[in-house]
Design a protein around this ligand. Structure first.
Ligand SMILES: Nc1ncnc2c1ncn2[C@@H]1O[C@H](COP(=O)(O)OP(=O)(O)OP(=O)(O)O)[C@@H](O)[C@H]1O
Ligand SMILES: [Mg+2]
Length: 301
């Protein structure tokens, strides 16, 4: 999948909101950087800025937002191309981020901004602007060119949609992970995602591997157990009846745990990832990261 020094670029994606995409993406990025000593860039593509304020304080985010040091400024520059461009990738990347231990060496963040909400509707129109034609799908790819080779892994936290911003993320992705609560509504759109990404990649002559589905916020109840059984057998919903193969189901699943929901608290004086996520969820997140890591390493042989 990955050749030479190119990083593994993994999008965390699901059409359903609140299923743990951000929590999982942030934890995997932290574990890869802290424990596997990988150089990791987390890109927050969601205007809700949840990954951003998990990794840097709201004060720092506010300053960066005012200075145009977020992903929103990148798109703003292309939309308002009659103005002097402000986005500078080197300035926009926040270095050594995390709530743990005052930051994790090797973990960088390209922050998001709520300004993306108003901007995203204008992105498709960018192609018509200026003297040169700009492919709106390639905006993030072009912006990252000067820095991407510095990283071993790029983790992308996507908004719960397959809109233009998510497509910018998929455009640079080598693989994707689908976090889902093992219930009916959260798993419903998974078939559509796999089908969409397959077509998208084929059209762009790109390989975007579905690395797998991870169960999140897992509880001991009949519904969760039944859906996890279907997932383990590769027979989730429509996958069972169609020719489209269900992506693998990761062996590690993330339990519902109060501590996880508190992990983004910058006042909590967190010293370790174990303290941030609590022992049970942390062990599961470590297991998931090892599975992802093993798949990526096997792909780059
Ligand atoms: N394993 C868990 N146990 C308990 N709470 C969790 C767990 N994972 C996530 N949460 C909480 O659930 C909420 C939603 O999680 P998260 O923000 O990661 O989901 P998301 O899929 O990124 O949502 P969105 O679609 O809005 O971006 C958050 O408040 C988070 O703290
Ligand atoms: Mg999120």
């Amino acid at each position: 999948m990955v050749k030479g020094n190119a990083p593994h670029v993994l999008s965390f994606i699901n059409l359903k909101g609140g299923v743990g995409k951000t929590t999982t993406a942030v934890a995997v990025a932290e574990i890869l950087a802290l424990e596997a000593r990988q150089r990791v860039l987390l890109i927050d593509l969601d205007p809700q800025t949840n990954a951003t304020v998990n990794l840097i304080s709201e004060d720092e985010w506010g300053k960066r937002d005012r200075d145009g040091c977020t992903i929103a400024q990148l798109f703003d520059d292309k939309i308002n191309d009659h103005l002097e461009p402000k986005f500078d990738i080197e300035r926009a990347i926040a270095r050594k981020v995390s709530t743990v231990n005052g930051g994790i060496e090797g973990l960088d963040l390209l922050p998001s901004s709520i300004r993306l909400i108003e901007l995203q509707g204008h992105i498709p129109g960018i192609a018509m602007k200026g003297i040169f034609t700009t492919n709106p799908l390639d905006i993030l790819k072009k912006a990252l060119e000067p820095v991407i080779d510095r990283y071993d892994y790029v983790i992308i936290d996507c908004p719960p949609s397959l809109g233009e911003v998510t497509r910018n993320g998929l455009r640079i992705s080598t693989g994707y992970v689908i976090p889902t609560i093992p219930d009916i509504v959260s798993t419903w759109g998974i078939y559509q995602i796999v089908d969409f990404v397959r077509d998208f990649a084929a059209r762009l002559e790109q390989t975007i591997e579905p690395l797998g589905i991870v169960a999140t916020k897992v509880q001991h109840n009949n519904l969760h157990e039944r859906i996890m059984k279907d997932l383990a057998r590769g027979r989730l919903g429509k996958f069972g009846e169609s020719g489209v193969r269900q992506p693998r189901f990761f062996e590690s699943s993330i339990p519902l745990a109060v501590k996880v929901a508190q992990g983004a608290d910058h006042e909590a004086d967190l010293r370790t990832l174990n303290g941030k996520y609590g022992p049970q969820a942390y062990a599961a997140l470590q297991g998931l990261t090892r599975e992802i890591w093993a798949l990526c390493e096997a792909n780059s042989q």
